[in-house]
Design a protein around this ligand. Structure first.
Ligand code: NAD
Ligand code: UDP
Length: 315
C-alpha cells in the first residue's frame, strides 16, 4: 500500500538515502530539513519525482503535515557539528522530537525516532545490549547530544504510554557511506578525504578506541523493518557488530586508496568512548535483520563517492 511518509532531516546523509529507498518502495515522501548540516544537492535528483516534496523547516517549530509515517532524523550527528552550538543541539533533540511526536499524535502517524549508541556513553558493558542504561557524563562536551537523545527516547516512550502514539526507537551505531558531508568531521569521511589527497590521517589519541561501522543500506533496511513491526519492541540497536580500532580503519583506508598518507596523532577528544559495539540479537530475532555489506565493500563505495566529489571540485 502506498503511504505518505515524512522524513525529517531528509536532506542529510541518512535521510537522503532513506528518501530514495522509500520512493523506491513506491511511497510518497515529504522531506523536511533546515539544511543545518546538509545541502539541497543531496536530494536534487529526487525533485523531478512527483511523489517527492521538499520542505524547508526547522523541527523546533511546530508543523502539521498529513502523513501515515514519520522517520524523525533531524539533528546534527557529528561531534564537530553538535558541539558547535550545544544549546541548539539540545533544542533540536528535545523540542524537535516533542514537536514531531505531537505531529504524530495529531495526524495519527507511526513515528520512528533516530536515537544513537551515544545513549550508552562510554560503556561499561560490552557489547552493548538495549537493556544497558549507559554511562553518560551529563555535563561533558558530548552531553548536549547524548542527553538530548536520551530525553528524545523518554519523550517517545511517554507519548506511547500517555497518548497511545505508535513509536519506535532505533539506536543507530556508527554508519557511513556515500553522501556523508565533506566537512562532517566524522572519522570515515575524514580518513577517506585525507587519504585521497595524500594528507596526514588524523588519529585522535593512540587510535586504540574501537567503533563498529555499518554501511548505510544495511541500516535503512533495519529502519523499515522496525517501523513496520506490529508490536513495540522498545529500543532496538541497528549497527554492524564487526568491531575494529580506529588505527585499523586508518590503515585499511590507506591501503584501499593506494594513498601515500602518513598517520598523525592528535589529542583524544574529552569523553571519547573507548569501545563501542552493538549486540544485535534483538534486531536479528525480531526483525530478521543483520548487516550484509562488508567494510571492504562499503568503504570501497565510499571511496568512489569521495573520489568523484574531489574530481568535480578540481574540474
Ligand atoms: P546529517 O547531519 O547528515 O543529517 C542530519 C540532518 O538533519 C541534516 O540534513 C540537517 O540539516 C538536519 N537538521 C538538523 N537540525 C535540524 C532542525 N532543527 N530542523 C530540521 N532539520 C534539521 O546526519 P546523519 O548521519 O544523516 O544523522 C541523521 C540522524 O541519525 C540524526 O538524528 C543522528 O543523531 C542519527 N544518528 C546517526 C548516526 C550515524 O552514524 N550516521 C549514528 C547515530 C545516530
Ligand atoms: N576520530 C579520529 N580522527 C578523526 C575523526 C574521528 O581518530 O579525524 C575518532 C574519534 O576520536 C572517535 C572515532 O574516531 O574515537 C569515531 O569518531 P566519529 O566522530 O566518527 O564518531 P563518534 O563515534 O565519536 O560519535
Amino acid at each position: 500500500m502506498r503511504k505518505r511518509i515524512l522524513v525529517t532531516g531528509g536532506a542529510g546523509f541518512l535521510g537522503s538515502h532513506l528518501c530514495e529507498k522509500l520512493l523506491g518502495l513506491g511511497h510518497e515522501v515529504v522531506c523536511l530539513d533546515n539544511f543545518f548540516t546538509s545541502a539541497r544537492r543531496n536530494v536534487e535528483h529526487l525533485l523531478d519525482d512527483h511523489r517527492f516534496e521538499l520542505l524547508r523547516h526547522d523541527v523546533t517549530e511546530s508543523i502539521i503535515v498529513e502523513c501515515d509515517e514519520i522517520y524523525h532524523l533531524a539533528c546534527p550527528a557529528s561531534p564537530v557539528h553538535y558541539q558547535r552550538n550545544p544549546v541548539r543541539t539540545i533544542r533540536t533533540a528535545v523540542h524537535g522530537t516533542l514537536n514531531m511526536l505531537e505531529l504524530a499524535r495529531t495526524v495519527r502517524a507511526r513515528i520512528m525516532i533516530a536515537s544513537t549508541s551515544e545513549v550508552y556513553g562510554d560503556p561499561k558493558e560490552h557489547p552493548q545490549r538495549e537493556s544497558y542504561w549507559g554511562h553518560v557524563n551529563p555535563i561533558g562536551p558530548r552531553a548536549c547530544y547524548d542527553e538530548g537523545k536520551r530525553c528524545a527516547e523518554t519523550l517517545a516512550v511517554s507519548y506511547a504510554r500517555q497518548y497511545d502514539v505508535t513509536t519506535r526507537i532505533v539506536r543507530i551505531f556508527n554508519t557511513y557511506g556515500p553522501r556523508m558531508h565533506e566537512n562532517d568531521g566524522r572519522v570515515v569521511s575524514n580518513f577517506v578525504l585525507q587519504a585521497l589527497q595524500n594528507q596526514p590521517i588524523t588519529i585522535y589519541g593512540e587510535g586504540q578506541q574501537t567503533r563498529s561501522f555499518c554501511y548505510v543500506s544495511d541500516l535503512l533496511e533495519g529502519f523499515v523493518r522496525l517501523l513496520a513491526l506490529k508490536d513495540d519492541p522498545g529500543p532496538v540497536n541497528i549497527g554492524n557488530p564487526s568491531e575494529r580500532t580506529i588505527r585499523e580503519l586508518a590503515e585499511m583506508t590507506i591501503k584501499m586508496t593506494g594513498s601515500k598518507s602518513v598517520l598523525k596523532n592528535e589529542p583524544l577528544p574529552v569523553d571519547d568512548p573507548t569501545r563501542r559495539c552493538p549486540d544485535i540479537g534483538k534486531a536479528r530475532a525480531l526483525l530478521d535483520w543483520q548487516p550484509k555489506v562488508s567494510i571492504e565493500e562499503g568503504l570501497g563505495k565510499t571511496i568512489e563517492h569521495f573520489r568523484s566529489f574531489l574530481n568535480q571540485q578540481g574540474s
